[in-house]
Design a binder for this molecule. Structure first.
Ligand SMILES: C[S@@+](CC[C@H](N)C(=O)[O-])C[C@H]1O[C@@H](n2cnc3c(N)ncnc32)[C@H](O)[C@@H]1O
Length: 247
């Protein structure tokens, strides 16, 4: 069964609050890293998997994409996405990523920002995306870092010294892949943990070649303004992978 936590009213309000914060890790660290890896989008057809409220779709429009399709399972998110993207070139479908092959299109570029860790069968998803891409097409995604998704217990994993400075990160469950229920905005949000080798194997077995791998860290300027991000040097928040279907 596909979880649709973004339509839970308390979760949605909490998420909006987080994302509207100009100093969120998404805005300061993940989004710039994702955009830096985007190929030239002029005249390209782009699919955004787990598009949320369509913020990235707007960016794809501004980069000259010819056609953009956003899919998401959340009605709340898609209602906002449609308001934010009043463009003829952008179309949204309420469709779980698990059924992405139902789309009646092929794409030059498939992008997904912080959504694939909600999908149980990543191998299946990688094969489906491979099928939807044109030869030479790009699949670029970000996800929660595997050292984040791994954690088994609900106790804090950041280790602090007597001055409350973070001095390390206590890892658990890295090799125990599969479902995790985490308390994030509401209780028992379901995400899936995969190891690095699970992720790369799924992409390689689907037929992709890997073009770039990033674990973006905050710049010195960000650290000076928001010292809380210093802890990312012990454990990064995000993993980004860019891969290509052969010509
Ligand atoms: C963290 S939000 C990211 C939204 C957007 N990509 C962004 O970066 O602003 C994750 C999104 O994935 C969507 N999502 C989660 N599981 C999904 C699934 N199985 N199929 C489609 N969308 C899903 C959620 O509804 C939510 O909009």
């Amino acid at each position: 069964m596909v979880q649709n936590i973004y339509d839970h009213p308390d979760f949605f309000e909490g998420y909006k609050h987080l994302r509207e914060n100009a100093s969120s890790a998404n805005r300061l660290i993940e989004q710039p890293a994702l955009f830096a890896l985007l190929p030239d989008l002029s005249n390209k057809t782009v699919l955004d998997l787990g598009c949320g409220w369509g913020e990235n779709c707007k960016e794809f429009v501004s980069r000259g994409a010819k056609k953009i399709v956003g899919i998401d399972c959340s009605q709340n998110m898609l209602e906002m996405a449609k308001k934010e993207n009043p463009f003829d070139s952008v179309e949204f479908f309420r469709l779980p990523m698990e059924y992405v092959v139902a789309l009646p299109y092929h794409f030059d570029v498939v992008v997904s920002s912080l959504a694939v860790h909600y999908v149980e069968d990543f191998s299946r998803l990688a094969k489906d995306i491979f099928q939807l891409l044109q030869p030479g097409g790009i699949f670029l995604f970000s996800q929660e870092h595997p050292l984040t998704t791994a954690i088994l217990d609900k106790n804090p994993c950041w280790e602090q010294n007597n001055s409350q400075e973070v001095i390390g990160y206590r890892l658990s469950g890295y090799g125990m892949t599969g479902e995790r229920k985490v308390d994030w905005l509401v209780d028992d949000v379901v995400k899936y943990h995969r190891s690095f080798s699970d992720i790369f194997s799924a992409l390689l077995e689907a037929g992709f070649s890997i073009q770039a791998v990033k674990e973006p860290l905050p710049s010195q300027q960000i650290i000076e303004q928001y010292p809380r991000y210093q802890k990312c040097f012990h454990k990064p928040d995000f993993l980004l992978i860019k891969c290509q279907k052969p010509f």
